[in-house]
Design a binder for this molecule. Structure first.
Ligand SMILES: [Zn+2]
Length: 109
């Protein structure tokens, strides 16, 4: 069974839109008095961990979308073999097959 990349792309784009909708406006667009700015700074601090997570996920989504556009989605970055659809289903952002991933993880240890 082949991967339905169009379905994956739609899913990723929806996820991306959702992430972007949740993101807070950048501080440089802020207009207001000091109290507003202080509240904004606090809110920014609180959401910083979330922002980090969001950026990471956005980057993963962008990468996956770029791979779909390039026609390399579901192809292992390391050995060039197709990654089994079950793995792509479980890990939509995977760029390596199980073999290469485990080899890489062993090397890191
Ligand atoms: Zn591989």
């Amino acid at each position: 069974m082949a991967i339905d990349v169009q379905a994956v792309r739609r899913k990723l784009e929806a996820e991306r839109a959702q992430l972007l909708a949740r993101s807070i406006p950048p501080p440089e667009t802020a207009r207001g008095d000091e109290a507003d700015l202080a509240a904004m700074a606090q809110a920014k601090e609180q959401s910083q961990w979330l922002e980090q997570d969001q950026k990471k996920r956005l980057a993963q989504i962008d990468q996956a979308l770029a791979r779909i556009a390039a026609g390399t989605y579901g192809i292992c970055d390391h050995c060039g073999k197709p990654i089994p659809p079950e793995r792509m289903e479980a890990k939509p952002y995977a760029t390596l097959c199980v073999d290469c991933q485990s080899k890489l993880e062993k090397k890191r240890k």
